[in-house]
Design a protein around this ligand. Sequence first.
Ligand code: DAH
Length: 380
Amino acid sequence: MQGGLYLDAVLVAGAGKPEVDVVMDDLKAKYLGQIAQAGDEAALEAIRLAAVGKKGEVALQMRELGRMTPEERQAAGPALNALKDEINSALAAKKAALADAALDARLRDEWLDVTLPVRPRREGTIHPISQVTEEVTAIFGELGFAVAEGPRIDTDWYNFDALNIPGHHPARAEMDTFYMHRAEGDNRPPHVLRTHTSPVQIRTMEAQGAPLRIICPGGVYRADYDQTHTPMFHQVEGLAIDKDISMANLKWTLEEFFSAFFEVEGIKTRFRASHFPFTEPSAEVDIQCSWVDGQLRIGEGDGWMEVLGSGMVHPKVLAAGGIDPNEWQGFAFGMGIDRIAMLKYGIPDLRAFFDSDLRWLRHYGFASLDQPTLRGGLSR
Ligand code: DAH
């Protein structure tokens, strides 16, 4: 009897296997093999339709269930579902593997050497005023000056009074100031579009105290318009405060600056006595130049060109900034950025700076990735 039972079991597991099981084994081997071989997503999709699609072979087998005995159906149904699941997860795994391989291939093929030099492009350029501001900042940075900034709309106290320009002073009228409109009953202090960068001296003294070494570049406003004047233009203010600052320090600093800026060794300056309310003594400063065949040459010859105003900071100005004039002293200067840009780069008309003429910008603009530095060259 025992022998008989054993024989039955062998028959069930082997040759006597129900037909549906054999078919399922074949389907499984066939589709898992095809999936393993598939080279792309399109091939995978074709396999999916043929195997587990609505009219695929597994669905066809499902339909056979109806013709089976209940016992057969009970075994074959779950087995077919399991086969379907197995094929679906093999498809998903292969799909993910194909995507990984595609990404790897892209990463291998699409690369960029970020250390290569940039191709010079002339479409977008740096405006000469931005360029010159960067150049000035780089040079004074080397000399130990930090950059300070202030608001373009300021009170008349910062723009005038604190700089020793009281209400009746003619300098207020000379500067052709733009006053901000004030509604009736508005008691706030009058505001102006700053007429110079000098108010940043006061704001920085208040904020940082002494000692101090700063430059303040930025836009300023005056109601004026001709070949050498525009209602908005740019200045850079300089201020150095310490215990023993003198006019000699000022002269040395300016000569260092102009030599570096105009890229000519040993430019001489000439100080002419002048008057500014915020400095005492005051000087207007000229740089050495010559005219050769109608061409201006900076730093040579025996001509002179006025470039800035300067002097020793007036004690009242130090006091307005909260600094004790008995303990501290300093020099200050103010210079037109647009003006020195015109001189350095041979730009004849100031108004062109603000016309946004593309041809002009292409001609006078600077390559956008050249950062001016003293070592790397200021203007290449
Ligand atoms: N603020 C003056 C102007 O706009 C320029 C100036 C002159 C600034 C002398 C200074 C200075 O700091 O000391 O005309």
